[in-house]
Write a protein that binds this ligand. Structure first.
Ligand code: ATP
Ligand code: MG
Length: 324
């Protein structure tokens, strides 16, 4: 099922949980240069997902994607795409799969159209208008005949996406599709992904180190850190915690702080400009207000802070980079 989230983007919601596994990774491990880069990785991506593969620099996202596409071989474990083992049934596994791994490269002296024509030769039997169609999908029709050397970074990213779409894929794997783009370019790519998921019924697997990005488009995420999957699940479930954070606006900070220290369900208090940041057990913000009022202290405002994927991510990874 598809719905529209708070930012206006379309999101996929699974109701039954019986959707087909489009990507199935089991016990994947890889050592590179004497270092375990991927460590016993398990991943499940279902049909209709926009799956965010999150992790800081060096976490192993690109290495995993390379193994998903059989560009490098794992030391241990299996990868199945659309139910077919990538090692033993490669052709069937990648039949309806499109991908962009790291920065897409093109012939700069050829037009966008001709670059795609070269790529399309890999797929005999495509309709004549398929290249024009994918250029239209990514909003590049007007520049299709210009040399790629004259394209902006954002246009090249979009051309990469177009190339991944040429063979009418059911699954598209994108490695950091918004890398290097400005906020406007990021939004464009994000919207394009949502639109394709909605209108063309494409399952997406998108790697990113940008939590905010992932939160806005993906319905499910997996968090990778140091080659290990820390967690995997639907975004709302990951954000459900047993605590909440509220911002208290007051000019009587010291007095309020003293009162809060004595309340059992208050877990932590931190001073901030013009008020206090209070971490409490879930559902206790009204009680705090009541308690302060009872003690004769009235706050200017009491603002619940939404849990974000970023807070979750930092709490899981310690906020550190995987690269050491
Ligand atoms: N050929 C290689 N030889 C040795 N180490 C490698 C090799 N390729 C990757 N690595 C190491 O594996 C780890 C994971 O790299 P990878 O490129 O998969 O991370 P990533 O999550 O894609 O990072 P980024 O966000 O920077 O793209 C890094 O520590 C990297 O240095
Ligand atoms: Mg990478």
């Amino acid at each position: 099922m598809l719905n529209v989230n708070k930012t206006g983007n379309k999101k996929v919601t699974h109701l039954s949980g019986t959707e087909k596994n489009v990507i199935e990774v089991r016990g994947l491990s890889k050592t590179l240069g004497g270092k375990t880069v991927i460590d016993n990785l398990n991943l499940t991506v279902k049909a209709g997902d926009i799956y965010g593969f999150l992790g800081p620099n060096g976490a192993g996202k690109t290495t995993t994607i390379r193994m998903l596409l059989d560009l490098i071989h794992p030391d241990r474990g299996t990868v199945k795409l659309n139910g077919f083992d990538i090692r033993t049934d490669f052709k069937k596994a990648v039949e309806r799969v499109g991908a962009v791994v790291e920065t897409p490269t093109f012939y700069p002296y050829l037009s966008g159209y001709n670059n795609l024509r070269i790529s399309a030769r890999l797929y005999p039997g495509l309709p004549d208008n398929r290249i024009a169609e994918v250029l239209e999908m990514v909003g590049l029709s007007a520049r299709a005949d210009d040399k790629v050397g004259t394209y902006s970074l954002g246009m090249r990213q979009r051309l990469g996406l177009a190339r991944a779409l040429v063979n009418c894929p059911r699954l598209v794997i994108l490695d950091e599709p918004t890398n290097g783009l400005d906020p406007h370019g990021m939004k464009e790519v994000r919207e394009m992904i949502c639109q394709l998921a909605l209108e063309q019924d494409i399952t997406f697997f998108i790697s990113s180190h940008l939590l905010n990005e992932v939160e806005q488009v993906c319905n499910r995420v997996g968090i990778l850190h140091g080659g290990r999957l820390l967690t995997e699940g639907p975004v709302p479930e990951l954000l459900q915690t047993d605590s909440e954070t509220i911002e208290l606006g007051t000019s009587e900070e010291k007095e309020v702080l003293e009162i809060l220290k004595g309340i059992a369900y208050v877990k932590a208090v931190q001073m901030s400009s013009g008020g206090l940041i209070v971490k409490t057990e879930k559902g206790h913000s009204a009680k705090i207000n009541e308690e302060l009022g009872r003690r004769g202290v009235f706050v200017n405002y009491l603002l619940p802070r939404q849990n974000s994927l970023e807070q979750y991510f930092i709490s899981k990874t310690g906020g550190g980079k995987s690269d050491a």
